[in-house]
Design a protein around this ligand. Structure first.
Ligand code: SF4
Length: 385
């Protein structure tokens, strides 16, 4: 029957009975009936927190149990973790805090040094915003202690503000990252595909944080949700038998756990093409140049080359853009995926007695000192194969 909802009674671990329904009018497949019982009663925070107290991950930016996290370290780790895995971030994080142990030290640093330490982590606008944010924090004296104030800082959006507020300051807020999105979509069996389904997921995640036990331990509650998603409610094979919310979880009951969250089909990424030149001299130097300060990979260092465009570069056309008119040899091809396009770079190499051309000459043995983005590191590895 159109508009009909199917209700499933759910007995929670707290002994409460709630109603979870499925109905076509929500667009989200399944939902908790408003006003019937609060979601925090269905998913008791104390069950998750008890699990967290036994199974929490030890991470370099985390405070030991019973200690308060340093907001600087929380903020730094959260910016680094965007679009990247914990394993990839740890060495970068440790380098950063050892070089810049405080927000004041980071604010005093040259942007160039920040970009060099960031090189390889990708999404370089984050590094520029990180530096700008450190300066803004030092200028105002400290990190703001509220969500609105945090979101006024460069590079801090709703997610990072909620993470710093809850973990660094103990302010009740639920930061919704990919892990929390997955856990929440499953707990409530929210089937509307992402990205359209985000709003419903974020609302439901916020409700989880209204539990008085969650509000009493906002920092632990946020990190418990992260850890549940990272170690139990994993993308393809959720370990429901180990989950503190196994019993009330709607997706588990409906047999949907591994399917959620659903995602709208991705559009194919457009392709772009470029040509870059590896020009060395007999003294072991290489010609480099700096990209414009704003835009993609802004302020980073690269091998001289063409722009990146949709059509391929015929060799004769690309040679007009070479830094010197010399005998260039093909030196391989590199593929690199950016968020919005797939890039193919054709490489050419040449050696000359003395380098001339726009840019700057740098010893090739010390390329680790310059802010080469991942795509350029791939180019260097390719020409040196
Ligand atoms: Fe995820 Fe399974 Fe726990 Fe549900 S019961 S939250 S699907 S691990």
């Amino acid at each position: 029957m159109p508009g009909e909802a199917r209700l499933n009674a759910v007995r929670t671990t707290a002994g409460t009975t709630a109603a979870i329904g499925r109905g076509p009018w929500t667009g989200q497949g399944a939902f908790v009936i408003p006003g019937c019982v609060s979601s925090s009663a269905i998913f008791p925070a104390r069950d998750l927190l008890a699990w967290y107290d036994r199974h929490r991950r030890r991470l370099p930016w985390r405070a030991e149990p019973g200690r308060t996290a340093d907001p600087y370290q929380v903020w730094l780790s959260e910016i680094m973790l965007q679009q990247t895995t914990v394993a990839a971030v740890i060495p970068y994080y440790e380098n950063f805090v050892s070089r810049f142990p405080t927000v004041e030290a980071l604010a005093r640093a040259d942007l160039d040094e920040v970009l060099s330490l960031w090189a390889g982590l990708g999404y370089y606008a984050r590094a520029r915003n990180l530096h700008a944010c450190a300066k803004a924090v030092v200028a105002r004296g400290s990190f703001p202690r509220d969500l609105a104030g945090l979101q006024e800082l460069p590079g801090i959006g709703a997610y990072t503000a909620a993470a710093v507020a809850s973990i660094g300051f103990g302010i009740p807020a639920v930061p919704v990252d990919g892990n929390v999105e997955r856990v929440t979509s499953r707990l409530f069996a929210l089937t509307e595909p992402l990205p359209g389904g985000k709003r419903g997921i974020h609302t439901a995640a916020g409700q989880l944080g209204h539990d008085p036990d969650a509000m009493a331990r906002p920092s632990d509650f946020a990190q418990a949700l992260f850890d549940l998603g990272a170690s139990v409610c994993t993308p393809t094979s959720p370990g429901c038998a180990l989950c503190p919310w196994m019993e009330p979880c709607a997706a588990r009951r409906l047999g949907l756990a591994a399917e959620l969250p659903r995602r709208a089909p991705k559009k194919a990424r457009p392709e772009r093409h470029g040509v870059h030149f590896w020009l060395t001299d007999r003294d072991g130097n290489v010609l480099l140049r700096r990209r414009p300060a704003s835009g993609l990979l802004g302020g980073m260092v690269e091998l001289p080359g063409t722009s990146w465009r949709e059509g391929r570069w015929p060799e004769a056309e690309s040679m007009v853009r070479a830094p010197m008119a010399v005998a260039w040899q093909p030196a391989g091809q590199v593929q690199h995926g950016f968020t919005h396009f797939q890039l193919t770079i054709d490489l050419f190499a040449a050696q000359v007695a003395s380098i001339r051309g726009d840019g700057f000459v740098h010893p090739r043995a010390r390329l680790n000192e310059v802010a080469l983005p991942s795509v350029m590191r791939k180019c260097v590895l390719k020409v040196e194969e």
